[in-house]
Design a protein around this ligand. Structure first.
Ligand code: CO
Length: 138
């Protein structure tokens, strides 16, 4: 077990039309929209919408062969991942790896917001893709 209860930082939702998705969350559901950002190496453009905690991260592929593009092809729009904030992502990856939890990323990389992120494989997490995030400031 981790020493601290993990906090859900955001829920990632894969969408085919980012403008329409932001408009729905902002104008229909009333959640203020935050900044947009393209994470080039992942081929994804993200937009956060705020509803207290956790946030919602809308994910739109910038190329069809990107992970989110393949997800949309296979599964369609919907919940893509659950992001847990951790204080020491490298220690957490080492701990999970030692437990035999399958990892997508053995090393953290830079994700949205410049935070360090790494993904656990859904096959080890009851079919849900889990993202670990260590805030940039820590
Ligand atoms: Co995310």
């Amino acid at each position: 077990m981790t020493t601290k209860t993990p906090r859900i930082a955001h829920l990632g939702i894969a969408v085919r039309d980012l403008d329409a998705a932001v408009a729905f969350y902002r104008d229909v559901l009333g959640m203020p929209a935050g900044a947009r950002e393209t994470v080039g190496d992942q081929g994804v453009e993200v937009a956060f919408v705020h509803a207290g905690e956790p946030e919602i991260e809308l994910l739109h592929p910038t190329r069809p062969d990107s992970p989110v593009g393949r997800f949309l092809d296979r599964r369609g729009e919907g919940l893509h991942h659950v992001c847990l904030e951790v204080t020491d992502i490298r220690a957490e990856l080492a701990r999970l790896s030692a437990l035999g939890v399958p990892l997508v990323d053995r090393e953290p990389r830079i994700g949205a917001g410049g935070h360090l992120v790494a993904f656990l494989h859904p096959k080890g997490a009851r079919g849900v893709l889990i993202e670990l995030e260590q805030k940039r400031s820590e």
